[in-house]
Design a binder for this molecule. Structure first.
Ligand code: F3S
Length: 395
């Protein structure tokens, strides 16, 4: 049948709306043809990934600069973390040249009308779609959160396809945009106790590795906080390819319940913990806020750091979105955290900042951060609760 376009979409493709929109429409229609879509659909929100200059490099920046010549966003669009705190980068040891290039990236996005708050939890700071809304998000943890916890509908976009959706306000209708593709495929019963963000991260690692891209239906979780769910989303999408899961009694999508194929035991979780617990005594970097910390997590960290001092041989980052950092400043949490010698870092995270070679071992409550610390930065890793991380930092 092929891909049918409206008059406006055809005009975009023919360059009536400028060069960048034409290029963007070429990307959207090519994806639509590859995946057998019959039409494009409007999206109301976009999240763009591939923002760190560390990952983009000069070639990526040139592409953005070209798109920014005449490209303008048509819908609410936010950005994933950059390689540094856009204001306080100097005190975190980021070098001037990197900072200059990172600013150029952010300026290119700003020129296109993108809201240049850099975070992987856009849903915590105002880019919050509702149930059933079609959106185009990149960033696997945010995609998983949007599809599973909110019930919005998005594929796992890449950097260029998300930008293309922002400039056209469209995406091709395939994959997660179709209800028939959102049905649970494998059943998992959790028989383990989950009591903190690191436990949920480990559960994501276990289920992610077992399920791959198949949509899981999870039972046996009586309750979960937003922070625990964002941790689960990050790791299940990292260790598997999951863009959507269902948790009985917690997530809002309706799906027929499949047979329970697998039971997840306490032992499974403990074994997963061992895989993220490298032999080393030398912990020099602690990071909390993967995905970016909520104001509730920051308040907790500030309480744990009150009247304490971070040991001189250790660096601790609590990473978050800029609006959340501003709130933390207003509430006095920033002062407590920074006067203890820890850093409340906005806009960036430990995986996309240029940290390779700067530290040896990362302690974190995030299973996803462990994955990237090992893979990209060649750090050793230790997964612990937030409380244990703070204890380690101040010991
Ligand atoms: Fe976010 Fe960075 Fe973790 S993008 S999910 S804080 S690796």
């Amino acid at each position: 049948m092929g891909l049918e376009l409206t008059k406006e979409e055809k005009d975009m493709l023919e360059g009536e709306y400028g060069k960048a929109t034409r290029k963007a429409m070429e990307i959207i229609t090519t994806l639509g043809e590859i995946y057998g879509a019959s039409r494009l659909i409007p999206v109301s929100s976009v999240q763009i990934a591939g923002v760190s200059y560390h990952n983009l490099g000069e070639a990526g920046l040139e592409y953005l600069a070209e798109m920014a010549e005449d490209g303008k966003t048509r819908v609410l669009t936010t950005l994933n973390p950059a390689g540094m705190d856009l204001e306080e980068w100097k005190k975190h040891g980021i070098d001037e040249e990197f900072a200059r290039n990172q600013q150029r990236v952010v300026e290119a996005f700003a020129k296109m009308g993108v809201i240049t708050t850099c975070t992987c939890t856009p849903y915590l700071i105002g880019n919050l779609p509702h149930f059933g809304e079609h959106i185009a998000w990149a960033e696997s943890s945010a995609v998983c959160f949007a599809n599973s916890v909110i019930g919005a509908m998005t594929n796992r976009e890449g950097g260029p396809s998300a930008l293309a959706a922002a400039l056209t306000g469209r995406t091709a209708e395939y994959g997660m945009h179709l209800r028939e593709n959102r049905v649970a495929q494998v059943g998992y019963e959790v028989q383990a106790t989950l009591s903190s963000t690191d436990d949920f991260g480990l559960l994501g690692e276990v289920i992610g590795e077992k399920t791959g891209k198949k949509i899981p239906y999870i039972t046996g979780i009586p309750k979960a906080s937003t922070e625990e769910l964002k941790s689960l989303c990050a790791s299940i999408a990292t260790y598997g390819g999951v863009a959507l899961f269902h948790i009985e009694g917690i997530t809002p999508n309706k799906t027929p319940k499949p047979e329970i194929n697998e039971v997840i035991t306490q032992e499974d979780l403990e074994n997963a913990r061992k895989t993220l617990d490298d032999e080393t005594e030398e912990i020099d970097f602690i990071s909390i806020g993967c995905p970016h910390a909520s104001i509730k997590e920051i308040a907790r960290v500030a309480e744990l750091l009150r009247n304490k001092k971070v040991s001189e041989s250790k660096t601790i980052w609590i990473t978050t979105a800029k609006p959340t950092k501003d709130l933390a400043i207003k509430m006095g949490y920033y002062d407590v955290i920074e006067s203890a010698g820890a850093f409340l870092v906005s806009d960036a995270c430990c995986a996309v900042a240029p940290l390779k070679g700067k530290f040896k071992t990362l302690m974190t409550d995030s299973a996803k951060a462990c994955f990237y610390a090992r893979g990209k930065n060649k750090f050793k890793v230790k997964i612990r609760t937030i409380e244990e991380c703070i204890r380690e930092a101040t010991s």
